[in-house]
Design a protein around this ligand. Structure first.
Ligand code: SF4
Length: 160
């Protein structure tokens, strides 16, 4: 059991009770029916549970650097992922399409860009036929502003 639940020990007895009630003896596994207190437990990795916990296990198991993908665009989250030892580096694609100056925002002390990527994936839908860029109009004051940012990759022109 992970997520926010793990930091609320009072919830565990309720969850165990509810699980047993819902199972209604349908599953006859002794580890659940007789030892539910040791079956439904907080994660041994604590706050490193979930995706980062999985990464930490992978990092311990393989002798190569582990790079985690997954829309990283928050400095504190990136810092936690790396300093906790969950992975050696993170990668980002859509957040950098949305904010190609993301590291400058971090450098200026912001935890996130003022207009972060919404993960809408419209850039992926457009990339087949259109220039790579952010097509989420909600991030811009106007459609013209959005198109100007998309087309900015052609400026300056690569060939004089
Ligand atoms: S189109 Fe959507 S997913 Fe792609 S960069 Fe813009 S906000 Fe992010």
């Amino acid at each position: 059991m992970g997520g926010g639940v793990m930091s609320k020990p009072l919830l565990f007895p309720m969850i165990r009770r509810q699980v047993l009630e819902l199972l209604n003896n349908y599953v006859r596994a002794p580890e659940i029916l007789q030892h539910v207190d040791t079956y439904i437990v907080p994660p041994a990795l604590g706050h490193r549970a979930g995706a980062l916990g999985g990464l930490a296990l992978a990092a311990d198991a393989v002798p190569v650097p582990v790079i985690c993908t997954g829309g990283f665009q928050t400095a504190s989250v990136i810092r936690d992922a790396i300093t906790s030892g969950s992975c050696d580096a993170v990668s980002a694609a859509r957040p950098l399409v949305a904010n190609n100056d993301l590291v400058q925002h971090f450098k200026a002390g912001l935890d996130r860009a003022p207009k972060p990527c919404t993960y809408c994936n419209k850039c992926l839908a457009h990339v087949v036929e259109h220039p790579l860029g952010c097509y989420e109009e909600k991030r811009f004051d106007s459609r013209e502003e959005m198109l100007a940012q998309i087309m900015s990759v052609f400026s300056p022109a690569p060939f004089a």
